[in-house]
Design a protein around this ligand. Structure first.
Ligand code: PLP
Length: 402
């Protein structure tokens, strides 16, 4: 077997299962704030489009996807990120993917040149776990960039040495971030674009939470938008990852896309042809319907807004927790005086309140003795408003007893 498989870390949910093994939860219905799976209803019109196109199962799809799908995506992307008209060509700049998870993983396999002496992939810390596995299986070394309260929960590019930038072949950005909800501001993205040009690396910007935000007048900025503003309308070295999972509440549809640098996408298409990951035709049709509609996305944001307001009303006086810039996560800090760390909190609240959260340190790695997730908790407000409120009340009762 491939020895690099042994380098893969256990997934956080496996570690949580171990942490909670043998614990008897309180006798009340489970509330899980642990899993980042959207729970709002999937829009009927998307499911109808899927049903209406079942005959598409009779054909092999193209890896490149249909013109109609890539056209719908090009229009959405151009409008959402105010890209110069015509700069996104559906033939060259877009590829459908079966959810961004597979694409984020596969991308590193296609990009990394193992013949270079020290291939490195930079990523935020804490981070979406796929980035690390992708790096390890691509034969690259993951380099973790701490995202702490001090850095505004975004990577501090100034802290990276010139040598590391030289070894860097790929950097994963995650904006809005999982688990922090932080949005990387335009200025830092511009700085990264300059570094990418100087040190010749690729930027993979995971923007799958870009449509879950609170201020309708101020949507999260994206990599392509900043590149275009900086005059890089070929989107050289830039690739963005977008998904319908969170935007349209269809995580099971497995539908997203990547867009950007035409040369990179052309090679990635070659890779994908061999990898065999074409999107099924009915899913393509359902995805066209989803990308063409904004009303359901607006309604979705409204539901999250209600939940954040209600939950923060209860939790903010009790813990270090703020409304994130975007996403559906709270990234709460624990007070040292509570006598609880992120693991003991997770175990104890499960025992006393039958509520699940994710210990922050399970989403981060220790670097130079610092784990940026230590004594933090990730809580996903994906359940119904009532359940999220009940979850917050259980945390309140739990903390009051400490
Ligand atoms: C940061 C981040 N990127 C990518 C994904 C993958 O989403 P999907 O494969 O459903 O598009 C997730 C899912 O939770 C995520 O949190």
């Amino acid at each position: 077997m491939n020895p690099d498989l042994d380098k893969l870390q256990p997934y956080p949910f496996q570690r949580i299962a171990q942490l909670l093994e043998g614990v008897n939860p309180a006798d009340k219905p489970l509330i899980s704030l642990a899993i980042g799976e959207p729970k709002h209803k999937a829009p009927d019109f998307i499911l109808e489009a899927l049903r209406d196109n079942m005959n598409g199962f009779s054909h092999y799809p193209l890896t490149k996807g249909s013109d109609n799908l890539r056209n719908a995506i090009a229009q959405w992307l151009t409008q959402r990120f105010k890209l110069p008209g015509g700069s996104i060509n559906h033939e060259k700049h877009i590829l459908p993917v079966n959810g961004t998870r597979e694409a984020l993983f596969a991308f590193a396999q296609a990009v990394i040149d193992r013949s270079q002496s020290k291939a490195q992939i930079l990523m935020p810390n804490p981070f979406y776990q796929i980035y690390e596995g992708a790096a390890l299986l691509a034969g690259a070394e993951p380099v973790y960039l701490p995202c702490t309260a001090e850095t505004g929960f975004i990577p501090d590019f100034d802290s990276v040495s010139a040598k590391t930038w030289d070894n860097c072949q790929l950097i994963y950005l995650c904006s809005p971030g999982n688990p922090t909800g932080a949005v990387v501001p335009e200025e830092q993205i511009r700085q990264l674009l300059e570094l990418a040009e100087k040190h010749d690396f690729v930027i993979a910007s995971d923007e799958c939470y870009s449509e879950i935000y609170f201020d309708e007048e101020n949507p999260p900025v994206g990599l392509l938008e900043v590149a275009a503003k900086a005059g890089n309308t070929d989107y050289k070295r830039c690739v963005v990852f977008h998904s319908l999972s969170k935007r349209s509440n269809v995580p099971g549809l497995r539908s997203g896309f990547i867009a950007g640098d035409a040369q990179i996408l052309n090679k990635f298409l070659l890779y994908r042809t061999y990898h065999g990951c074409a999107m099924s035709p009915p899913v393509q049709e359902a995805s066209i319907a989803a990308w063409n509609d904004e009303a359901h996305v607006l309604a979705n944001r409204h539901l999250y807004r209600e939940k954040f307001d209600a939950v923060l009303g209860i939790l903010a006086p009790l813990m270090d927790v703020q409304k994130p810039a975007a996403s559906f996560y709270l990234w709460a800090g624990l007070d040292e005086q509570s006598g609880l760390n992120d693991e003991t909190f997770t175990r104890e609240i499960y025992a006393q309140q039958n509520l699940k959260v994710v210990p922050g340190s399970y989403l981060s790695r220790d670097v130079a003795g610092l784990n940026p997730g230590k004594n933090r908790l990730r809580m996903a407000l994906v359940a119904t408003l009532d359940e999220c409120i009940e979850g917050a009340q259980r945390i309140e009762s739990f903390l009051r007893l400490q």
